[in-house]
Design a protein around this ligand. Structure first.
Ligand SMILES: CC(=O)[C@@H](O)[C@H](O)COP(=O)(O)O
Ligand SMILES: NCC(=O)COP(=O)(O)O
Length: 249
């Protein structure tokens, strides 16, 4: 079965809007884990727009204590700055079970593309090796249809398929081509010995169709839509809804 890692970035967006301590990201993550979520994901951005370094450490401790996966996402090439020690330093402190590398620039509103392996492979390799040395499983954010096999060449354990284009196509009622690209990429990744994760803009609307078509997805990380749905249904009920859906696909 595909496991669910809940991304709690959006809880920190709301907290930071008032500059106080609520809503509390650790409390929200605890509710998700109590509901049965298999892990927690965060993607701290160097500009600290939501998750901060102290949140990362608190969530890492929570996940360690609960014996569940903590998945930390970030750009290994982003330089340290006040409040953000750099991705490797953060991983060295938090020791996430999984480090997901994402090639985002600060100017991006959200993640919107995977690695360009023709350009990035040589400089990715030492970062991947250093993270594996810390004991992290390493996953690389990739575009469906891209050179996913190259992720194996840089030493990664998994890829995370960027599902934003699939979600947009699904919403437009024309998901076939995007789904075929994801399916083909998942097959090529598996043939290269890589595990397959998926994420971005997945929701209770589009998840079943995705998992029915794309073989062997080990983990989905879901945040934005899940928190949206939870505003109406509650966090516990929403996580349980995803888990029912995953159990049925
Ligand atoms: C890699 C990925 O798709 C997610 O981490 C997504 O980027 C969430 O980040 P934001 O919550 O900052 O949009
Ligand atoms: N890796 C994807 C993720 O963590 C959540 O993305 P989204 O559901 O917030 O779009």
């Amino acid at each position: 079965m595909t496991v669910l890692s809940v991304n709690v970035n959006k809880i920190a967006v709301l907290r930071n809007a008032r500059g106080g301590r609520t809503p509390d990201v650790v409390r929200a993550a605890t509710v998700c884990l109590d509901a049965g979520a298999h892990g927690i994901t965060v993607h701290p951005r160097p500009d600290a727009r939501h998750i901060r370094a102290d949140d990362v450490l608190a969530l890492a401790a929570l996940c360690r204590g609960r014996g569940v996966e903590f998945n930390l996402e970030g750009n290994p090439f982003a330089p340290p700055r006040p409040g953000y020690p750099g991705f490797h330093a953060l991983c060295a402190q938090a020791r996430p079970a999984q480090a997901t590398l994402v090639p985002d620039a600060d100017s991006q509103l959200t993640s919107d593309h995977g690695f360009d392996f023709a350009r990035d492979s040589a400089r990715l390799r030492p970062h991947v090796a250093a993270l594996r040395q810390l004991g992290c499983r390493v996953s690389l954010f990739v575009d469906a249809g891209g050179d996913v096999g190259a992720a194996a060449g840089v030493g990664a354990d998994r890829i995370e398929l960027y599902t934003g284009p699939y979600a947009a196509a699904y919403a437009a009622g024309a998901a076939e081509t995007a789904l075929a690209a994801c399916t083909d990429s998942a097959r090529r990744a598996a043939a290269a010995g890589l595990g397959v994760n998926a994420g971005h803009d997945l929701s209770q609307d589009n998840l079943a169709a995705f998992l029915s078509a794309v073989p062997g997805v080990l983990e989905v990380s879901i945040g934005h839509a899940l928190i949206d749905e939870a505003l109406y249904a509650g966090l516990d009920a929403t996580v349980r809804g995803y888990l029912r859906l995953l159990a049925a696909t």
